[in-house]
Design a protein around this ligand. Structure first.
Ligand code: AP5
Length: 189
Protein backbone atom coordinates (compact mmCIF):
# COMPACT_ATOMS: atom_id res chain seq x y z
CA UNK A 1 0.00 0.00 0.00
CA UNK A 2 1.05 3.59 -0.63
CA UNK A 3 -0.10 5.72 2.26
CA UNK A 4 0.26 9.40 3.15
CA UNK A 5 -0.11 10.80 6.67
CA UNK A 6 -1.45 14.34 6.64
CA UNK A 7 -2.03 16.59 9.63
CA UNK A 8 -0.70 19.53 11.62
CA UNK A 9 2.46 19.49 13.78
CA UNK A 10 2.01 17.36 16.88
CA UNK A 11 -1.07 15.52 15.68
CA UNK A 12 0.65 12.13 15.99
CA UNK A 13 1.84 11.39 12.43
CA UNK A 14 5.26 10.12 13.53
CA UNK A 15 3.87 8.05 16.41
CA UNK A 16 1.19 6.37 14.31
CA UNK A 17 3.49 5.94 11.29
CA UNK A 18 5.90 3.92 13.39
CA UNK A 19 3.16 1.55 14.52
CA UNK A 20 1.69 1.23 11.05
CA UNK A 21 4.95 0.42 9.23
CA UNK A 22 5.66 -2.28 11.81
CA UNK A 23 2.25 -3.81 11.07
CA UNK A 24 2.31 -3.45 7.28
CA UNK A 25 6.05 -4.05 6.85
CA UNK A 26 6.58 -1.11 4.51
CA UNK A 27 9.22 1.65 4.77
CA UNK A 28 8.51 4.79 6.80
CA UNK A 29 9.57 7.85 4.83
CA UNK A 30 9.59 10.91 7.07
CA UNK A 31 10.89 14.01 5.30
CA UNK A 32 11.24 15.80 8.66
CA UNK A 33 13.48 12.96 9.91
CA UNK A 34 15.50 12.89 6.67
CA UNK A 35 16.10 16.63 6.87
CA UNK A 36 17.00 16.49 10.59
CA UNK A 37 19.47 13.68 9.79
CA UNK A 38 21.05 15.84 7.05
CA UNK A 39 21.40 18.70 9.55
CA UNK A 40 22.97 16.40 12.17
CA UNK A 41 25.41 15.05 9.54
CA UNK A 42 26.17 18.64 8.42
CA UNK A 43 25.72 17.70 4.74
CA UNK A 44 25.36 20.35 2.04
CA UNK A 45 21.62 19.70 2.05
CA UNK A 46 21.50 19.99 5.85
CA UNK A 47 23.24 23.36 5.75
CA UNK A 48 20.74 24.58 3.14
CA UNK A 49 17.63 23.69 5.16
CA UNK A 50 18.78 24.27 8.76
CA UNK A 51 17.62 27.86 9.14
CA UNK A 52 14.20 27.18 7.60
CA UNK A 53 13.58 24.24 9.90
CA UNK A 54 14.78 26.10 13.00
CA UNK A 55 12.35 28.89 12.12
CA UNK A 56 9.42 26.55 11.50
CA UNK A 57 9.32 27.30 7.78
CA UNK A 58 9.27 24.75 4.97
CA UNK A 59 12.33 23.61 3.06
CA UNK A 60 12.18 24.46 -0.66
CA UNK A 61 9.93 22.20 -2.73
CA UNK A 62 12.74 21.28 -5.19
CA UNK A 63 14.95 20.05 -2.36
CA UNK A 64 12.30 17.89 -0.72
CA UNK A 65 10.89 16.54 -3.99
CA UNK A 66 14.36 15.45 -5.08
CA UNK A 67 15.01 13.82 -1.70
CA UNK A 68 11.75 11.85 -1.83
CA UNK A 69 12.23 10.87 -5.48
CA UNK A 70 15.61 9.35 -4.67
CA UNK A 71 14.15 7.51 -1.68
CA UNK A 72 11.15 6.12 -3.61
CA UNK A 73 13.47 4.78 -6.30
CA UNK A 74 15.02 2.40 -3.78
CA UNK A 75 14.01 -1.25 -4.05
CA UNK A 76 12.34 -1.49 -0.62
CA UNK A 77 9.65 0.93 -1.83
CA UNK A 78 8.53 -1.34 -4.65
CA UNK A 79 5.64 -2.84 -2.69
CA UNK A 80 4.51 0.31 -0.96
CA UNK A 81 5.54 2.89 1.61
CA UNK A 82 4.24 5.34 4.13
CA UNK A 83 4.93 9.04 3.54
CA UNK A 84 4.98 11.06 6.77
CA UNK A 85 5.21 14.84 6.27
CA UNK A 86 5.28 14.70 2.47
CA UNK A 87 3.70 16.14 0.42
CA UNK A 88 3.26 19.40 2.30
CA UNK A 89 2.43 21.78 -0.52
CA UNK A 90 0.30 21.54 -3.68
CA UNK A 91 3.40 21.57 -5.95
CA UNK A 92 4.87 18.67 -3.92
CA UNK A 93 1.62 16.72 -4.29
CA UNK A 94 1.49 17.39 -8.04
CA UNK A 95 5.07 16.24 -8.51
CA UNK A 96 4.37 13.05 -6.54
CA UNK A 97 1.33 12.34 -8.72
CA UNK A 98 3.39 12.85 -11.86
CA UNK A 99 6.11 10.49 -10.65
CA UNK A 100 3.51 7.85 -9.71
CA UNK A 101 1.71 8.17 -13.05
CA UNK A 102 4.90 7.29 -14.95
CA UNK A 103 4.72 3.79 -13.41
CA UNK A 104 0.92 3.66 -13.55
CA UNK A 105 0.76 3.83 -9.75
CA UNK A 106 -1.37 5.84 -7.34
CA UNK A 107 -1.74 6.65 -3.64
CA UNK A 108 -4.12 4.20 -1.95
CA UNK A 109 -4.99 6.22 1.14
CA UNK A 110 -4.36 9.64 2.66
CA UNK A 111 -4.92 9.59 6.41
CA UNK A 112 -5.82 13.04 7.67
CA UNK A 113 -5.28 13.04 11.44
CA UNK A 114 -7.12 15.76 13.36
CA UNK A 115 -6.69 17.11 16.89
CA UNK A 116 -7.80 20.46 18.33
CA UNK A 117 -5.28 23.31 18.51
CA UNK A 118 -5.04 23.30 22.31
CA UNK A 119 -4.10 19.61 22.39
CA UNK A 120 -1.52 20.09 19.59
CA UNK A 121 0.19 22.78 21.69
CA UNK A 122 0.02 20.66 24.81
CA UNK A 123 1.64 17.67 23.05
CA UNK A 124 4.43 19.70 21.47
CA UNK A 125 5.24 21.64 24.65
CA UNK A 126 5.30 18.32 26.53
CA UNK A 127 7.69 16.85 23.93
CA UNK A 128 9.92 19.95 24.22
CA UNK A 129 10.58 19.00 27.87
CA UNK A 130 11.82 15.51 26.90
CA UNK A 131 13.39 15.79 23.44
CA UNK A 132 15.83 18.23 21.90
CA UNK A 133 14.03 19.43 18.78
CA UNK A 134 15.05 22.95 17.79
CA UNK A 135 11.57 23.70 16.42
CA UNK A 136 9.63 22.79 19.58
CA UNK A 137 9.34 26.17 21.28
CA UNK A 138 6.29 28.38 21.55
CA UNK A 139 7.10 30.87 18.76
CA UNK A 140 8.25 28.23 16.29
CA UNK A 141 5.26 26.01 17.04
CA UNK A 142 2.96 28.96 16.20
CA UNK A 143 4.89 29.51 12.95
CA UNK A 144 4.62 25.78 12.06
CA UNK A 145 0.85 25.91 12.67
CA UNK A 146 0.52 28.95 10.37
CA UNK A 147 2.57 27.24 7.67
CA UNK A 148 0.41 24.15 8.01
CA UNK A 149 -2.76 26.21 7.64
CA UNK A 150 -1.50 28.24 4.65
CA UNK A 151 0.55 25.70 2.70
CA UNK A 152 -0.49 22.18 3.71
CA UNK A 153 -4.19 22.22 4.59
CA UNK A 154 -5.17 22.82 0.90
CA UNK A 155 -4.03 19.23 0.34
CA UNK A 156 -7.13 18.04 2.21
CA UNK A 157 -9.36 19.22 -0.66
CA UNK A 158 -6.81 18.01 -3.23
CA UNK A 159 -6.95 14.42 -1.97
CA UNK A 160 -10.66 14.58 -1.20
CA UNK A 161 -11.22 15.24 -4.90
CA UNK A 162 -9.14 12.16 -5.71
CA UNK A 163 -11.40 10.13 -3.41
CA UNK A 164 -8.55 8.82 -1.24
CA UNK A 165 -8.86 11.05 1.86
CA UNK A 166 -9.87 9.58 5.23
CA UNK A 167 -10.36 11.76 8.29
CA UNK A 168 -9.19 10.19 11.53
CA UNK A 169 -9.89 11.58 14.98
CA UNK A 170 -6.46 11.82 16.67
CA UNK A 171 -7.80 12.35 20.19
CA UNK A 172 -7.50 9.44 22.59
CA UNK A 173 -4.73 7.05 23.50
CA UNK A 174 -2.15 6.05 20.89
CA UNK A 175 -3.79 2.59 20.75
CA UNK A 176 -7.28 4.02 20.27
CA UNK A 177 -6.12 6.20 17.38
CA UNK A 178 -4.23 3.26 15.87
CA UNK A 179 -7.39 1.10 15.98
CA UNK A 180 -9.27 3.80 14.04
CA UNK A 181 -6.52 3.86 11.41
CA UNK A 182 -6.54 0.07 11.03
CA UNK A 183 -10.33 0.12 10.72
CA UNK A 184 -10.13 2.62 7.85
CA UNK A 185 -7.30 0.80 6.07
CA UNK A 186 -9.11 -2.56 6.27
CA UNK A 187 -11.87 -1.03 4.17
CA UNK A 188 -9.39 0.38 1.63
CA UNK A 189 -7.61 -2.94 1.00
P1 AP5 B 1 8.17 17.06 10.68
O1 AP5 B 1 9.25 16.30 11.30
O2 AP5 B 1 7.32 16.39 9.65
O3 AP5 B 1 7.32 17.68 11.85
P2 AP5 B 1 5.78 18.11 12.03
O4 AP5 B 1 4.88 17.92 10.86
O5 AP5 B 1 5.86 19.48 12.59
O6 AP5 B 1 5.26 17.04 12.96
P3 AP5 B 1 5.76 16.61 14.38
O7 AP5 B 1 6.89 15.64 14.25
O8 AP5 B 1 5.99 17.78 15.28
O9 AP5 B 1 4.45 15.94 14.90
P4 AP5 B 1 3.75 14.58 14.50
O10 AP5 B 1 2.44 14.86 13.85
O11 AP5 B 1 4.68 13.64 13.81
O12 AP5 B 1 3.41 14.06 15.93
P5 AP5 B 1 4.23 13.05 16.87
O13 AP5 B 1 3.83 11.64 16.56
O14 AP5 B 1 5.68 13.39 16.85
O15 AP5 B 1 8.74 18.38 9.97
C1 AP5 B 1 9.62 19.24 10.64
C2 AP5 B 1 10.12 20.34 9.71
O16 AP5 B 1 10.81 19.75 8.59
C3 AP5 B 1 9.06 21.21 9.04
O17 AP5 B 1 8.64 22.28 9.88
C4 AP5 B 1 9.81 21.71 7.81
O18 AP5 B 1 10.71 22.73 8.13
C5 AP5 B 1 10.61 20.48 7.40
N1 AP5 B 1 9.89 19.61 6.44
C6 AP5 B 1 9.47 18.34 6.69
N2 AP5 B 1 8.83 17.84 5.61
C7 AP5 B 1 8.84 18.83 4.68
C8 AP5 B 1 8.31 18.93 3.36
N3 AP5 B 1 7.62 17.93 2.80
N4 AP5 B 1 8.50 20.10 2.70
C9 AP5 B 1 9.19 21.12 3.24
N5 AP5 B 1 9.71 21.10 4.49
C10 AP5 B 1 9.54 19.96 5.20
O19 AP5 B 1 3.56 13.42 18.27
C11 AP5 B 1 3.83 14.66 18.90
C12 AP5 B 1 3.91 14.44 20.42
O20 AP5 B 1 2.63 13.98 20.89
C13 AP5 B 1 4.91 13.33 20.81
O21 AP5 B 1 5.57 13.70 21.98
C14 AP5 B 1 4.03 12.09 21.03
O22 AP5 B 1 4.58 11.20 21.96
C15 AP5 B 1 2.73 12.71 21.52
N6 AP5 B 1 1.55 11.93 21.11
C16 AP5 B 1 1.36 11.27 19.93
N7 AP5 B 1 0.15 10.68 19.91
C17 AP5 B 1 -0.46 10.99 21.10
C18 AP5 B 1 -1.72 10.68 21.67
N8 AP5 B 1 -2.64 9.92 21.02
N9 AP5 B 1 -1.99 11.15 22.90
C19 AP5 B 1 -1.10 11.92 23.57
N10 AP5 B 1 0.14 12.24 23.09
C20 AP5 B 1 0.45 11.79 21.86
Amino acid sequence: MRIIFLGPPGVGKGTQSQKLVDTLDIPHISTGEMLREAIRAKTELGLKVASQMEGGRLAADEIVVQLVRQRLAQSDCRNGYLLDGFPRTLPQAASLDLALAVDDEAIDAVLNLTVDQEELFRRLMERAKKEDRGDDNEDTIRQRMTVYHDMTSPLIAYYEEQGVLHRIDGIGTVEEVFDRICHVLNKVE
